[in-house]
Ligand binder design. Structure first.
Ligand SMILES: CC(C)(COP(=O)(O)OP(=O)(O)OC[C@H]1O[C@@H](n2cnc3c(N)ncnc32)[C@H](O)[C@@H]1OP(=O)(O)O)[C@@H](O)C(=O)NCCC(=O)NCCS
Length: 165
C-alpha cells in the first residue's frame, strides 16, 4: 500500500493510513499500554518493551499480516491490524485513540482498510470479534458494511464479517 492512502474527509478532517514500520515501535507500545486500550483488550494486561519489540518484528515480517497506522490530519491516531484467521479469512482489530474516536472516522477508516486487506492479503472474508457491550464499535463495524456472522466468538463477544465483493 502506498503511504498516504486517502480514506475520506469528514467535516474538514482527513484520515489517511500507512503501513507500520519498526520506527513505530515506541508509538505502538505507548498506545498498547494506554489505559483506554488495555481496558478494551482481551487480556487486560500491560505489555513490556521486549515482548512488544519481539511481537512487532514478527508481525512486520509476516506477509499475511497487515499492520496500518491511521493518521488524522497527519497526526498518528490509531491502528488497524489484519491477521490470518482461517484459509482466505483475516481477523481485523482496530482502535483510534480517544481524541480521534467518535468523529465518524472509524467506520470510514475500517472500510478503506478492509479494501486494502482484500487486495493485499487476498482474503475473501474479514472477521471481527467485538465485545457485546461495545455498542460504539458494533455500530462502527455495521456502518463499515459488516454483518453479524454465525462464526463462533470468544465469550462475551459477537462475530461480524465482511465478504469480498
Ligand atoms: C471502534 C472505533 C474504531 C470506532 O471508530 P469511531 O470513529 O468512534 O466510529 P464512528 O464515529 O465512525 O461510528 C461510531 C458510531 O457509534 C455511535 N456510538 C457512539 N457511542 C455509542 C454508544 N455508546 N452506543 C451506541 N452507539 C454509539 C456513533 O454515534 C456512531 O454512529 P452514527 O454515525 O450512526 O451516529 C473507535 O471508537 C475506537 O477506537 N474505540 C476504542 C477501541 C475499540 O473499541 N476498538 C474496537 C474493538 S473490536
Amino acid at each position: 500500500m502506498d503511504e498516504g492512502t486517502l480514506t475520506r474527509e469528514v467535516e474538514g478532517t482527513t484520515a489517511t493510513m500507512r503501513r507500520a514500520s519498526v520506527s513505530d515501535a515506541e508509538l505502538l507500545h505507548q498506545w498498547r499500554n494506554d489505559p483506554a486500550i488495555v481496558s478494551l483488550s482481551t487480556s487486560q494486561r500491560l505489555v513490556g518493551w521486549e515482548e512488544h519489540r519481539t511481537w512487532l518484528e514478527r508481525t512486520l515480517a509476516d506477509p499475511q499480516v497487515l499492520l496500518l497506522i491511521v493518521l488524522v490530519d497527519g497526526q498518528p491516531a490509531g491502528q488497524v491490524r489484519f491477521q490470518p484467521e482461517a484459509e482466505s479469512s483475516s481477523n481485523v482489530s482496530i482502535y483510534l485513540m480517544p481524541p480521534f474516536a467518535d468523529r465518524g472516522l472509524g467506520s470510514l477508516v475500517l472500510r478503506s482498510a478492509c479494501r486494502l486487506a482484500f487486495e493485499q492479503l487476498g482474503s475473501r472474508r474479514i472477521v471481527a470479534f467485538i465485545r457485546s457491550d461495545n455498542a460504539r464499535s458494533l455500530r462502527a463495524f455495521v456502518k463499515a458494511g459488516f454483518r453479524r456472522a454465525k462464526h463462533s466468538a470468544p465469550p462475551a463477544h459477537d462475530a461480524f464479517e465482511l465478504e469480498r465483493e
